[in-house]
Design a binder for this molecule. Structure first.
Ligand SMILES: NC(=O)c1ccc[n+]([C@@H]2O[C@H](COP(=O)([O-])OP(=O)(O)OC[C@H]3O[C@@H](n4cnc5c(N)ncnc54)[C@H](O)[C@@H]3O)[C@@H](O)[C@H]2O)c1
Length: 265
């Protein structure tokens, strides 16, 4: 009998926590993991969207809870394990997804005000989240997936902090792979290209029409000549989080329509 991916139940009896799971790639990942049997914990600062994602999962027959956390706040993060362990004895999957993108050229110095929030969320907070949740992950082993970016491999004008952080995600992923291997925890990263999420259209004066415009716009910066939808990253994250990737750790998977593979000139 042919089975669809959603009927395989790769994550049955597993608990998965996704930071930034209220929208964009994180939300698509939460929906995907839940559809394959995981009990999902959505961690986000946005309670309205977070609870909405939980409702969506429950309406499709899945299991999910929302935990409000501001990743700018260490105190919030340091009690996360207590909140999770009240309901779940172990955590099997951790998706370190939340990040923010601010722009500012080096010469102008306008990036100075971006430094604190971007590094706090994009670099410091997810390592702290991992440290705090590690005892729960050590219970039964599992998988961690961290969100890098094509920017971590490029270095783009006006985005030096974001791109440097995303390069660091690749490096820290390898460090974690070494440090957690004896706990039966694999650690990998995904580096998306340009995915149409609120990160790109949320600040636009007309977000919905801008979203549609982006989704259909032909581009020349990748082999596939189009942008992607969040579900296309969620499927790659789910693969790395699953036992289908049982011999993969410390690596970064590009999900970018071939951007890194393009010939120059
Ligand atoms: N969208 C892209 O084109 C793209 C490309 C490469 C990499 N990425 C990476 O993928 C990940 C997800 O990006 P996205 O486009 O889905 O973003 P998004 O802006 O759509 O969603 C980010 C989520 O993180 C949450 N968040 C932000 N700050 C937070 C905080 N202080 N505390 C708690 N939650 C917070 C937001 O509320 C939101 O739900 C990020 O790490 C991003 O850098 C995205």
């Amino acid at each position: 009998m042919t089975k669809t991916l959603h009927s395989i139940g790769r994550f049955k009896d597993q608990v998965a926590l996704i930071t930034g799971g209220a929208s964009g790639i994180g939300r698509a990942t939460a929906l995907r993991l839940a559809s394959e049997g995981a009990e999902v914990v959505i961690v986000d600062r946005n309670a309205e969207l977070g609870n909405d994602a939980v409702s969506q999962i429950k309406q499709s027959g899945g299991k999910a809870i929302f935990v409000q956390v501001d990743l700018m706040n260490d105190a919030d993060i340091k009690v996360l394990d207590q909140k999770i362990s009240k309901q779940f004895p172990a955590l099997h999957i951790l998706i370190n997804n939340a990040a923010i993108l601010r722009t500012g050229c080096i010469e102008s110095g306008e990036w100075l005000s971006n430094w604190e929030p971007e590094t706090q969320i994009g670099l410091r907070s997810w390592v702290l989240v991992t440290q705090v949740l590690l005892p729960l992950m050590k219970e039964e082993g599992g998988a961690i997936v961290n969100l890098s970016s094509e920017g971590g491999f490029l270095g783009r004008p006006g985005q030096w902090i974001y791109d440097a952080i995303k390069a660091a995600v690749v490096s820290v992923t390898k460090t974690m792979a070494y440090e957690f291997v004896d706990y039966d925890i694999r650690v990998n990263a995904v580096a998306p290209g340009w995915i149409v999420t609120e990160m790109h259209y949320g600040q636009h004066p007309e977000p919905e029409s801008h979203k549609r415009e982006l989704e259909t716009k032909p581009i020349s910066s990748c082999i596939m000549k189009r942008l992607a939808v969040p579900e296309e990253v969620a499927s790659a994250i789910s693969f790395l989080a699953s036992n289908d990737a049982s011999y993969i750790t410390g690596t970064t998977l590009h999900v970018d329509g071939g951007r890194m593979g393009m010939s120059v000139g």
